[in-house]
Design a protein around this ligand. Structure first.
Ligand code: TRP
Length: 331
């Protein structure tokens, strides 16, 4: 029996090579080893302000690009969180088991509260409880996430232990599966690649735009002139080579940089060609799927149906364990 795996994807716009290298590519390689469930977590997304007019498009875009990049709906389940209401139902029960103090310690909450001072809502605070419900609703044991989510998975384990201790063993303790890809820096070379900072290359970027963005990407800032030798370890273009280029090209880039044998533009051109080549099939598939939104809507719908069946079963067990199922039968 394969173990069940669950992960969540925020529907917040463009999907970029940071998401691809840090998550999607790794997930795609797990499809046959685990029973995989991926959720577009729209209820998490609305804990920060979203534009209701843009949301449906964003959800479909993110679902489409993830499918194009390797989340094959034939070998996994992909669904929209809000289409399975049991997520919020179980989250409520978990609220009653979660100490406030633990939520206050969450670094993601502290960061987001700082970024959205005008809207520090209760949902932002209890976000990790909903995340625990996502995972445990399906009794998933494996959760592939980045470093920044480990604290949330620890809280999910804690909620599991509390539930099991109080109401009987119902849930397995979920484990994080950390991606081996280091955090992908943005083209500014300073901060994590992210949509909001506009320092990214999206998975559906045209070859021209990939080159346009790369040609102005920040390299080793001590290499001011073509004749200055540089340090590849301080260069984000070099670190991207490590993900997209052949071992020979990676050596060529490092040596050429150290000896000033090649210029940054030459180095970037090679990287650009390699990124274009790797993204080509993803882009083609995504562009084709953009023309067929009905297919993606159907994938989400049938995913939600399969999930809801499992979710209903778990909720029956949960209510039974808590003593919330009444019946007219005399005991
Ligand atoms: N919080 C996760 C993130 O920001 C997304 C997420 C929601 C998630 N529910 C989840 C990840 C359940 C793993 C499991 O990336």
């Amino acid at each position: 029996m394969k173990k069940r795996l669950f992960s969540g994807i925020q529907p917040t716009g463009e999907v970029h090579i940071g998401n691809y290298l840090g998550a999607i590519k790794n997930w795609a390689s797990l499809l046959d080893s685990y029973e995989c469930i991926f959720s577009i977590v729209d209820y998490h997304a609305i804990t920060v302000p979203q534009d209701p007019k843009a949301m449906p498009q964003q959800i479909l875009h993110v679902a489409t690009v993830n499918i194009a990049a390797g989340l094959d709906p034939k070998r996994s389940i992909i669904f929209l969180q809000s289409q399975v209401p049991e997520h919020t139902e179980l989250a409520w029960i978990f609220h009653t088991l979660t100490p406030l103090g633990h939520l206050e310690r969450m670094t993601q909450f502290k960061d987001k509260a700082r970024q959205h001072r005008e809207n520090i809502n209760a949902g932002l605070f209890s976000y990790p409880i909903l995340q625990a419900a996502d995972i445990l609703l399906y009794k998933a044991e494996v959760v592939p996430v980045g470093e920044d989510q480990v604290q949330h998975i620890e809280l999910a384990r804690e909620i599991t232990r509390k539930f099991n201790a109080r109401y009987g063993n119902l849930f397995p303790e979920p484990q994080e599966l950390l991606s081996t890809a280091p955090r992908i820096m943005g083209l500014d070379g300073k901060t994590k690649m992210s949509k909001s900072l506009n320092n990214y290359i999206s998975l559906t970027e045209s070859p021209e735009d990939i080159w346009k963005k790369l040609s102005v990407a920040v390299t080793d800032e001590n290499r001011k002139k073509r004749s200055d030798p540089g340090n590849p370890e301080n260069c984000n273009v070099y670190s991207l080579h490590k993900h997209f280029s052949s071992p020979e090209e990676i050596d060529w880039s490092a040596n050429g940089c150290r000896t000033a044998g090649i210029g940054c533009l030459e180095c970037k051109k090679c990287l650009s060609d390699n990124i274009v080549r790797e993204l080509k099939p993803i882009r083609e598939k995504a562009l084709a799927l953009f023309e067929d939104p009905a297919y993606v809507v159907e994938v989400l719908k049938s995913g939600a149906e399969r999930c809801q069946e499992m979710a209903r079963q778990t909720m029956r067990e949960v209510k039974e364990a808590i003593g919330l199922r009444v019946s007219a039968k005399r005991r």
